[in-house]
Design a binder for this molecule. Structure first.
Ligand SMILES: [Zn+2]
Length: 598
């Protein structure tokens, strides 16, 4: 086989040449601002429609608004990439503030348009939705109408939106700034290294327990040292959010995340209910893992550790080939798409200092391309992450024929395509393994994911709901945040771990993301939801791929309850639906326990 060599550094110049100093970006931002100004004048003239004849005016405003929104998101995606690839790119941070401001102005402007529109008389509204170009948007339009009716007055909402730039969102940015400056000194193989927290986090799955323990302790100490700063960022961010909810008369802190995820509380309850009932096999897995590591119980820093001497390292190119080969067996279209992503430098994978931790995928709507960010160090779990992010990118690709307003899928379904792609790769890795040791190692890797979604994410959900309840009563100090975290982790892991990570509330970026509240349960939702899709795909092979694409195309234009009913024939407000997905994971546990019984 001829060796292809894929680029490990992404190409951003295709969007705007010159990084944070880009003149093209400067022009784009200035033009977008001008466009926004002229659009503002148009919207100021807009009055609530009184007859169906005004439909085409509404269409034009929606199209123009969606155009501006895409321009802003194009710039925002570019700047996210700049910030991630080099955390000390201060020019990028300045640009970020500019785009945040632009986005907030657009948001509050468009929001007042939605509010005006929402006041349309019931019969006229019905007539509008029958208009040719509006009918395909009816789900989203009705969503706007419902949301507008639950918000404060137009003026109040626009004031909140403008104050959030230097309030709410600024706390999130402050968090990123502090984290970006943090470094940790660790000794690996006798060599002392200064690492970013992202690089240090990667070492938590190191095969040497001494390295893991050292990294864990150094990281905990580093977060501890800054805990009062982070208690401030988290409390003020949460306080801002809660105050807005209170003014709107929203009592339940989950209202907004559930609405955003187009999901009912009954669905969320059924999901956690099913998981809580079926934790025992995963507890058994954790105890077996401890045994294999020669311990009674796992420590926190053992959770990501391999029990096997897993020598399986894949070069970046081999990782790419592995992904492509297995995508091919489920969806040749997804494989083709991914090949383009590798070849055309859509992926930033290089292992170097100064990069932000973690991975993400972001879309450039004007170019109809995505970019994937991660740090690839050769482990199978890196390969899975890469597949995961490619799944996100493929989702955006599948949505290309759909109207831009019907592409704005929520996070719970956003994690569906990614998890589906990740599952293909993880399962294939297990099946293809040549030795029992490899098989155990890979099954373990797969089970780690179940543990992450059923236990780790559950602990985040438990922590966050409880923290927000306490925050309603006042400032929650770092010491209490540590306590709440410790409790949530012990509960979610059913006490199967000896130690916890009390600093988790500060080191998990997700608690500090302002764009999205409660970015935890959507992961678990996506995981179990995609397991059902995966089960179908396993039965039907590549003939399923078109149905899969149809499902993806519907992800942003109906509730998740309807989506599951239409494409899977399932009622997801029932625990029995969720149990099916968990059942597949339990099989992995059974296989693992059997293979490791000697
Ligand atoms: Zn994801």
């Amino acid at each position: 086989m001829t060796k292809t060599s894929y680029p490990v550094v992404w190409d951003l110049d295709v969007f705007f040449k010159g990084g944070s100093e880009s003149e093209e970006l400067r022009r784009h931002l200035d033009e977008t601002k001008e466009h926004l100004a002229s659009f503002t004048e148009k919207l100021n003239q807009f009055k609530t429609p009184t007859s169906v004849n005004e439909a085409s005016e509404v269409v034009n405003l929606i199209e123009e608004g969606s155009d501006i929104s895409q321009k802003i998101r194009q710039a925002g995606a570019f700047i996210s990439c700049l910030e991630a690839q080099n955390m000390s790119d201060h020019k990028a941070s300045t640009l970020r503030s500019e785009v945040t401001e632009l986005s907030a102005s657009y948001g509050s402007l468009f929001n007042s348009f939605k509010q005006q529109l929402a006041q349309t008389d019931k019969n006229v509204w019905k007539g509008l939705l029958e208009h040719e170009e509006l009918s395909e948007l009816s789900f989203v339009l009705n969503e706007w109408r419902d949301a507008a009716q639950e918000q404060l007055s137009e003026d109040e909402e626009s004031l909140i939106s403008s104050l959030s730039v230097d309030g709410y969102h600024a706390w999130g940015q402050m968090y990123n700034t502090i984290v970006g400056d943090m470094t940790v000194n660790v000794t690996v193989d006798g060599e002392e290294k200064e690492l970013s927290v992202g690089q240090a986090n990667n070492l938590l799955s190191h095969e040497n327990p001494d390295v893991r323990k050292q990294v864990y302790e150094k990281l905990e100490a580093a977060w501890k040292e800054k805990e009062s700063l982070f208690a401030n960022t988290l409390n003020h961010l949460a306080g801002f959010r809660l105050n807005v909810y209170k003014k709107r008369g929203w009592d339940n802190v989950l209202k907004e995340p559930l609405d955003i995820n187009r999901m009912q509380q009954a669905t969320l309850d059924a999901m956690w209910g099913a998981i809580t009932k079926h934790k025992q096999p995963f507890v058994d897995f954790l105890y077996r893992k401890a045994e294999l590591l020669g311990k009674d119980k796992l420590e926190w820093y053992d959770l990501g550790a391999p029990t096997q001497e897993n020598s399986q390292k894949l070069s970046y190119d081999d990782g790419a080939q592995f992904i492509l080969k297995h995508f091919e067996q489920f969806s040749p279209k997804m494989a083709d798409f991914s090949k383009t992503a590798f070849k055309d430098a859509w992926i930033e994978a290089e292992d170097r200092p100064g990069k932000r931790p973690g991975g993400f995928c972001t879309g450039f709507p004007l170019s109809e391309q995505s970019r994937i960010f991660m740090t690839y160090s050769g482990s199978m779990s890196n390969v899975a992450t890469l597949a995961h992010e490619l799944g996100h990118a493929y989702h955006s690709f599948a949505l290309k024929p759909v109207h831009p307003l019907n592409r704005r899928y929520a996070m719970n379904v956003a994690e569906t395509a990614s998890t589906f792609a990740e599952m293909i790769v993880a399962d294939a890795a297990v099946k293809e393994s040549k030795t029992t040791e490899d098989k155990i190692a890979l099954l373990e890797d797969k089970l780690q994911r179940s543990v992450a979604f059923f236990m780790n994410i559950h602990s985040r959900f438990l922590f966050e709901t409880r923290f927000y309840e306490e925050r309603k009563k006042g400032f929650v100090p770092a010491s209490r945040l540590n306590e709440l975290t410790d409790e949530a982790q012990r509960e979610a892991y059913c006490d199967a771990v000896n130690s916890t990570s009390p600093s988790y509330w500060s080191n998990k970026l997700h608690f500090h993301i302002t764009g999205v509240p409660f970015y935890n349960f959507p992961y678990t939702f996506g995981y179990l939801f995609s397991l059902s899709i995966y089960a179908k795909a396993l039965e039907e092979g590549t003939s399923y791929e078109d149905q899969y694409i149809e499902l993806l195309q519907d992800t942003a234009r109906m509730s998740v309850e309807d989506l599951a009913m239409k494409h899977l024939g399932e009622d997801i407000t029932k625990e029995s639906f969720w149990e099916k997905g968990i059942e597949l994971c339990k099989k992995d546990v059974a296989e693992y326990l059997e293979l490791t019984s000697k």
